[in-house]
Write a protein of this length. Structure first.
Length: 751
């Protein structure tokens, strides 16, 4: 290994700025005894060198002059050494490394050769070649390093044992931890200077114990009874007590504390719904510090994420840091943590006993210049004022770039008039991805296009790990779109009218098309009493407002106009009488501008086959000019439908179905007349109604929707299928193959 420059000095711990925070700013442990003690987090001067290890680094070990850190896993693992004095970080060559807690020793491995390098430069490297110990030693695994001794595990005559390997007087020496007959040593744990702990098992029996090994003598000097089913996660030793984390995966997870050398254990429950696996314990005088590392990048809250301390004498406990990615002894009687607090951000913290209070306190010694709290780096918020959905391309692009990936982000929009709410949420964080798009496609959850009008909105980002406050923005805007000929409820989408039992309903065609099979059709009740009419014809805007209107003829021949209001409740104003004598017509259609003046017109075919044009005026009280004769022979058709512009010419067009089921196209010339008809195709006699609905699919071309009722008399409740014939923009073949839109009831009359 390349010998690195010695550190210039010990870890700079001079406190020049003291910043007081209370425990209320941290997540207190569930078992805290009484009121939380005020906590002081101190920070070094701003001129101190920043922490230079990458975000997410784990401290493997630390000594008097520096610390060994690790990032990544598997073949992507990178180790670094960072000096305390100036923060300079050196990347170590690829390979496996171990640290010796509380020392500057870093151990590297090459086959059976282990090199112990003093990174502070106080001593020359020590090389231990375990091959001299024989073939059995080649199968041993290095578990940890205590001082300059390698703690290795292996089997002797099929019994799991721990071995202490060191270099003494230039000779490699191996000592096997002695065990009673019928016992083996299983898992091992870091406990503190000069010792380590092992699980002792008696195979074939229910006996287990927790043993403490004195590395200097190689003997088990303390032993504590365990239940057979007990799982131990971490062990630490104070001068007077032993403590370990027990059963981390159970509902009874806890810390166990006992005076050293006794079985007088005290269980301290961890009342957290989350697992305690990975929790680490370290002694600090008569205190035990504990944390479940990784809270900064966790996807769920855990009461064990904060770095907290507990007195083994009094039971007093309180938190110090909001989280840590690692917590290790520093070789000076304290602890080092890479972690953060909401108040002071991410960095390297030292935890030591405060001389004035005798209680642990945390000191920020190097900052990463990154926040612990979730913060906004960049944001695109919803607009203010009026937002034109058409000009925006039919979408509302909003989103956040946040300071970290583990966040749950949402946008909630509420239509003021109806109370309808839509929520766009990104609640499954992707590691490393800090950009959260929340684009809205203009649909409610059931597929209904959103209503025009006033909206309130809330954008919210919550830390997935529960650390720190949520970020929230609020505002309002008014949504608008260009009017559509058949849009009765003001959401920019064509509707179909359905009459049943005298009640008129409106159904949104895009909602029918977008909804999932489990979602209900959304209906708007227009009102009752519509059985008095024998003709109902949507006309688009003929009254001069922006919203779609309709005309209805009663059974005495009087024609009435209903001005649209473009609202989801009571979408039409009270009716206005146009005039009588309309019983002479057997076909009515509207919704197209046939004269090129920007106003929708009405077409009426009388019973003798003459087609008449009623040019629109834009005045609801007198919406039509005197009629103009177009021509005769229209008795050959049983349905005519104004379609708007189908083929890109100057004015609205017309389709007509003859009694043989052939559909014909009449291209409007823009002067109230039509070009000679063009045959579209046959087979249209199977449709009950043919409706010109404008642009249903959003491609900029007008479409047709046809009503088809299954002839199957055995159907229990036959339904009407609505079939979309998409406009192509080509006069010779104006429609594409049909597609299913949705279903309604067959006993409803559609308009």
């Amino acid at each position: 290994m390349k010998h690195l420059s010695p550190a210039a000095g010990r870890l700079a711990l001079a406190v020049t700025v003291a910043l007081a925070v209370t425990a209320g700013g941290l997540a207190a442990p569930a078992f805290a005894a009484g009121p939380a003690t005020p906590v002081t987090v101190r920070a070094t001067a701003e001129t101190a060198a920043p922490l230079t290890v990458p975000v997410g680094s784990v401290v493997v070990s630390t000594g008097r002059t520096g610390m060994l850190t690790r990032t990544g896993t598997g073949t992507g693992t990178v180790h670094r050494w960072t000096r305390h004095a100036d923060g300079v970080t050196t990347t170590l060559p690829a390979g496996a490394y171990w640290g010796s807690p509380g020392t500057d020793l870093v151990v590297s491995q090459s086959g059976t050769v282990y090199t112990l390098t003093d990174m502070g430069g106080a001593a020359d490297p020590v090389v231990i070649d375990t091959s001299v110990l024989g073939a059995e030693a080649a199968h041993r695994t290095l578990r940890q390093v205590v001082g300059s001794t390698l703690v290795m595990s292996g089997s002797v005559d099929g019994v799991a044992r721990h071995h202490l390997v060191s270099l003494e007087a230039g000779k490699v020496v191996s000592r096997t931890v002695p065990l009673s007959a019928g016992w083996d040593s299983w898992r091992d744990y870091v406990t503190g200077p000069g010792t380590f702990a092992v699980i002792l098992r008696s195979p074939g029996t229910a006996s287990r114990r927790l043993g403490v090994v004195d590395v200097a003598t190689g003997e088990i000097v303390e032993s504590y009874a365990l239940r057979y089913t007990t799982s131990v996660e971490s062990v630490t030793l104070t001068p007077t007590h032993i403590a370990w984390a027990e059963d981390p995966y159970s509902v009874n997870k806890r810390m166990v504390v006992a005076p050293r050398g006794t079985d007088q254990v005290q269980s301290v429950p961890w009342d957290s719904p989350a697992y305690a696996n990975g929790t680490v314990l370290h002694a600090l005088g008569d205190w035990v510090a504990y944390t479940k590392p990784g809270g900064g990048t966790a996807l769920f809250p855990n009461d064990l994420h904060p770095v907290a301390v507990r007195s083994v004498r009094t039971g007093e406990s309180f938190p110090l840091l909001d989280h840590a990615s690692s917590l290790v002894p520093d070789g000076d009687g304290g602890l080092l943590a890479v972690g953060g607090t909401v108040a002071h951000g991410e960095g390297l913290y030292r935890i030591a006993l405060d001389a004035a209070t005798g209680k642990p306190a945390a000191t920020l010694v190097r900052t990463s210049h990154l926040p612990t709290a979730l913060t906004v780096v960049k944001e695109t918020l919803p607009p203010t004022g009026t937002f034109d959905f058409d000009r925006a391309g039919g979408g509302l692009p909003v989103g956040w770039t946040l300071s970290r990936f583990n966040a749950k982000v949402s946008l909630t929009l509420t239509h003021t008039a109806s109370g309808r709410t839509v929520k766009i949420a990104d609640t499954k964080p992707d590691e490393g991805v800090t950009t959260f798009p929340l684009a809205w496609n203009g649909l409610y959850r059931d597929g209904l296009p959103a209503y025009n009008g006033a909206y309130t909105w809330t954008m919210r980002a919550e830390p997935a790990n529960g650390i720190g406050p949520a970020v929230e923005r609020k505002g309002t805007f008014t949504l608008t779109r260009a009017p559509r000929p058949r849009d009765f409820d003001g959401n920019g989408s064509p509707d179909v009218l359905s009459l049943y039992g005298g009640y008129l309903f409106s159904y949104d065609l895009r909602q029918l098309r977008n909804r999932a099979s489990s979602q209900d059709r959304y209906e708007v009740l227009v009102g009752g009493g519509w059985q008095v009419y024998d003709r109902i014809t949507p006309t688009g805007n003929i009254g001069g407002t922006r919203d779609a209107d309709l005309v209805a003829r009663d059974r005495s021949g009087v024609l009435w106009v209903y001005e649209g209001k473009g609202t989801h409740k009571a979408p039409f104003a009270p009716r206005t009488r146009i005039g009588g004598g309309w019983q002479v017509y057997d076909k009515l259609t509207g919704g197209s501008d046939l004269t090129g003046d920007g106003r929708n017109d009405l077409l009426a075919a009388d019973k003798s086959g003459v087609l008449w044009l009623y040019p629109g005026t834009g005045n609801a009280k007198a919406p039509f000019k005197p009629r103009v004769k177009i021509g005769g022979g229209w008795q050959t058709y049983n349905q005519i439908t104004a379609t708007g512009n189908l083929a890109g010419a100057a004015a609205g067009d017309l389709v007509a179905r003859d009694r043989a089921g052939v559909l014909w196209l009449y291209l409007g010339k823009g002067d109230g007349t039509f070009a000679p008809r063009t045959r579209i195709g046959g087979g249209w006699q199977h449709y009950q109604q043919i409706l010109g609905v404008g642009d249903l699919d959003g491609d900029g071309r007008n479409d047709l929707v046809a009503e088809y009722v299954s002839p199957d008399p055995a159907a229990d409740s036959p339904q009407t299928s609505l079939l979309l014939h998409r406009g192509t923009g080509r006069w010779a073949t104006p429609f594409a193959a049909r597609q299913h839109v949705g279903s309604l009831w067959s006993d409803h009359q559609l308009y």
